[in-house]
Structure formats: C-alpha cells, structure tokens
Design a protein around this ligand. Structure first.
Ligand code: SF4
Ligand code: FE
Length: 482
C-alpha cells in the first residue's frame, strides 16, 4: 500500500477494518460516518497539499535514509531548516483546514525515538535504532498516517505506574515471548487515532527500576487483534450530523478527533519494539518528544488564530463596528498574540541542536515556552473574539429557524447587521467564531502536548536556576561565608 492521494488515503482507511466505537456502537466504515468525515478531510490535506508543486518545499522532504522525496510528516529532521519548515508547514495546513490536522504526533514520536534509540543502544548494546530505521523507511515508503500514543490513563496521579492498584492504568508489558511482547493498557486523548493506520506507543512519565515493564515503546497497526478505539465526545459534535452551518466548519471540523485506545493483550513482534525495560531512558524520551510536540503549537494554533482574527474582522464589518478604534485595537492585539506564539515556535526551531543520532531537535526550554504561551494566548485570542463578536454568539437561533417557512423571515430581518449583508452570512461567521472558541477547541490548546504544569516542571528542571542565582549574587556583591 502506497498512499499518495486523498482517495488512496480514504480507501486505505475503509479497508483496514479496525475496531472503532462511536457513541456505544461499532462503526464498520469510518470513512462514511459523519462523526469522522471532517477529521478525515483535515488529515487528508496533509496528503493533498504534498502533491501541489507550490507546496512541495514545505510539505515534502528528501529522506536521509533512501534519498527519495517523501511527505514531511514522515521525515527525520536533518537540520534547523527542517525544524523551521515543520512550523511553517503547520501554519499553512491550519489555513487550509481551520482545524487540527492530527498527523503531527506520530511524526514527533518517530523523531524522538530516532535520537533516543541510538543512546539506548549505546548503553545496552540493543539494536532498537536499526529496527526504528527499518520502520521509518516503511512509513516513508507507504506514507501511512501514524498516531503517537503517549498519554496513559494514569489512575491515581499520586502513585507511580507500578504502585497503581490497577496495573493497567499505565500501558505495560504483560508477557515477553521469543517472537515479541504482549502489552495491556490504554492510551487516552489520541488525536487522529480513528483515521490513522498505525500507532507508535511510548512511555508518558519518568520511570524507576520497579516500573521496568512500563518502559516500552513500539509500533503496531491499529487493526491488530486486541486494539479497540473509542471516540471521544466533542462539544457540539451532534451538529456534524445536521450537515448545516451551525457546526461552523463542516468540511474539516474544529479539533482533531480524539480517541481512547485500548490494548487488550496486544502482540507486538520484536522488530517493532523500540524500548523494552530501559526505564532509565523514559524521562529522556518524554522530554524529547514533548519538545518536538510543543514546538508545533505556535504553528498550528498560530494559524488557527489567524482565521479567528479574520472572522472577527468580517463580523465587525457585518455589524458596523469595523471602524471603531477599540475594535481595531483588539484585532491588532489578537494578531500580536498569534504572531507571538509563532515567533516562539520559530525560535525553538532556529535554536535547535544536533543529536548524537545525527538528527535535529528543537531547543527544549524554548519549545516549552512556546506551548506555555499557547495555553494563555489562545484563550486571550478567544476572549477578544467573544468580545468583538458580541453576546449574539451565545444566543443565535438554529439554522432550521432561518430556513423555516413560518419564522425564517423574522430571523432574516432581526439577525441582519449592516445593510447588504445577509443574516445567513452573519450567522455563518458567528458560528465559526463560536465553534472555534468552544469547549473542545480551547481545551486542546491547554492540554494538547501536555498541560501547563508539565511545562513548569521543565522550567524547574531545565531553567538553570543555580546559574541565575549565581548571576544575581555576583551583581549584588553577595559574599556568603561557608
Ligand atoms: Fe498537530 Fe496542532 Fe493538531 Fe497537535 S493540535 S496534532 S500539533 S495540528
Ligand atoms: Fe494535540
């Protein structure tokens, strides 16, 4: 299977027959189910844009493994330019979808494993890196979509994986066989999982010796026996089934589409296992993956913020407030917030560094600063969007009211703003703002790629406090007696 076009991608999803549940029911064909179509359309853009010559530079790269031109989502970053292009690509795709396009997590997982496996092999004499190279080659050649499986369900957060009363709250190895391993557990919030082909599973926290069985990384097809995907409920998701304007962005949805993925005694052959028991590398891996994933957010959320700025510009014209100085000021503020997070993503890429494995990864602290700013700036962008839009975004009639033969005329009359703009157009743009700033969309900016506290942990761990205190003492002339 080699996936090039959107049609290839959709066909491959139809054929893979993975076990998917939506609202308590098994879904036989995800490609015809309205709950998933917008997410499939968004992810398909990562294939479609790569075929357009004007986007070749951002959307594709040359594989350092095969010399072939490949989709950038399957690439291992070879220099700082690759890191910057990744961020530019994300802003571009955000502009094309107005949504999360989901393919980043697996991309980041492969890159983080690329560097970490070299260092595990160096210490333990294992051959994970070569296995990973073979897997990356397969992903590049087939151009499959890989979901990155990081977050465990975590049970009692005050306890480490091996101390949980239910050992499955963190995914772990339950059996080591001659031909491979058997794993049980679950991964939660998995963006794009329903419409991916394979999953790369990785540990989610730093681990101790007693957590050895939890130090596991591997790749598995999503249709492997024992894998069950349960789609998460989203804000306003029933509007997808109305196929109308109330959803805001019917073609692409507004968020990635997340799933809970169950692994019920799933077998993984050794050639797809990239870590198994090396608990002392879990923290290194998690930090690298997190930096690679946090790097993205100024690109994708910056791009989505651009759309919100545009929507607010349109709605202020439609409502006759476009020339008010306070509106212009708020629009400028929104742009500043968007460009700020984009700057952060570019900066952590430009300050990226070469790893022992030869690949490049973004600056860890700056990548964390990027994501931390996203948890604030995107909410502020949404706050300003609500301010500009006015209370109407919370009280608009249904599309059905607009279309009603009895009351449609009232909706048309009283939902119109300035002369010459239809009520429908005003409602459309307001619905876009409503849905782009609604529950699931905003929560993604807060918790996607790790909650803000996870970034604070990195400041405390990597912020070089000792050096900063030393500087302060130097300038204050402090001399401490021992
Ligand atoms: Fe990619 Fe952004 Fe979606 Fe995460 S939220 S998968 S980085 S588009
Ligand atoms: Fe995410």
């Amino acid at each position: 299977m080699v996936i090039k076009t959107k049609a290839d991608y959709v066909k491959s999803l139809r054929e893979q027959k993975h076990v998917v549940y939506y609202k308590g029911k098994r879904v036989e064909d995800v490609t015809t189910h309205l709950g998933f179509i917008p997410h499939i359309n968004a992810a398909a853009k990562t294939y479609e844009l790569a075929l357009q010559p004007e986007h070749e530079d951002l959307m594709t790269a040359v594989s350092h493994l095969t010399g072939e031109r490949i989709n950038r989502f399957t690439h291992i970053h070879q220099n700082r330019e690759d890191l910057i292009k990744k961020v530019q690509m994300m802003r571009l795709i955000s502009h094309e979808t107005g949504s999360c396009f989901q393919r980043c997590v697996g991309f980041d997982a492969l890159n983080a494993l690329y560097s970490t496996t070299v260092e595990i092999d160096e210490k333990y004499g294992t051959n994970y890196h070569q296995r990973l190279i073979e897997y990356v080659k397969y992903v590049q050649k087939s151009n499959i979509m890989v979901v990155g499986g990081m977050t465990d369900t975590k049970g009692d957060r005050s306890k480490s994986p091996s101390k949980q009363s239910d050992p499955d709250q963190f995914l772990h190895v339950v059996e080591r066989r001659k031909d491979g391993i058997v794993v049980t557990g679950a991964k939660v919030h998995q963006t794009g999982a329903i419409n991916s082909h394979e999953i790369v599973v990785m540990p989610t926290v730093a681990l101790g010796e007693e957590d050895r069985d939890y130090a596991v990384a591997f790749a598995s097809p999503l249709n492997a026996p024992g894998v069950v995907l349960i789609f998460g409920r989203q804000t306003n998701e029933e509007r997808k089934f109305e196929k109308g304007i109330d959803i805001g962005n019917l073609e692409f949805g507004l968020v990635g589409g997340e799933a809970l993925i169950i692994f019920d005694k799933v077998f993984v052959p050794w050639d797809r296992v990239f870590m198994c028991g090396e608990y002392d590398f879990a923290q290194m891996f998690v930090e690298r993956f997190a930096a690679l994933h946090r790097q993205n957010y100024g690109g994708c959320k910056g791009g989505l913020s651009d759309i919100l700025v545009g929507a607010c510009g349109v709605v202020s014209e439609y409502q006759g407030t476009g020339k008010a100085s306070h509106i212009k000021d708020k629009l400028a503020e929104m742009m500043h917030l968007a460009e700020t997070i984009y700057c952060c993503s570019v900066a952590c890429s430009a300050m990226g560094h070469k790893m022992k494995a030869g690949n490049y990864e973004p600056d860890t602290l700056l990548a964390n600063a990027t994501k931390y700013n996203v948890t604030k700036n995107v909410y502020e962008v949404a706050r300003l969007a609500h301010d500009i839009a006015g209370g109407i975004i919370a009280t608009m009639p249904f599309e059905d009211d607009l279309r009603s033969p009895e009351i449609g005329k009232y909706v048309e009359k009283y939902m119109t703003g300035v002369e010459g703009v239809s009520a429908e157009n005003r409602i459309r743009i307001l619905r876009l703002i409503e849905n782009m700033t609604g529950g699931t969309s905003l929560a993604e900016s807060m918790h996607g790629a790790g909650s803000p506290q996870a970034q604070k942990v990195m400041y405390n761990r990597r912020g070089n406090m000792e050096y900063k205190m030393k500087l302060a003492k130097k300038f204050a002339g402090v001399k401490e007696s021992k």
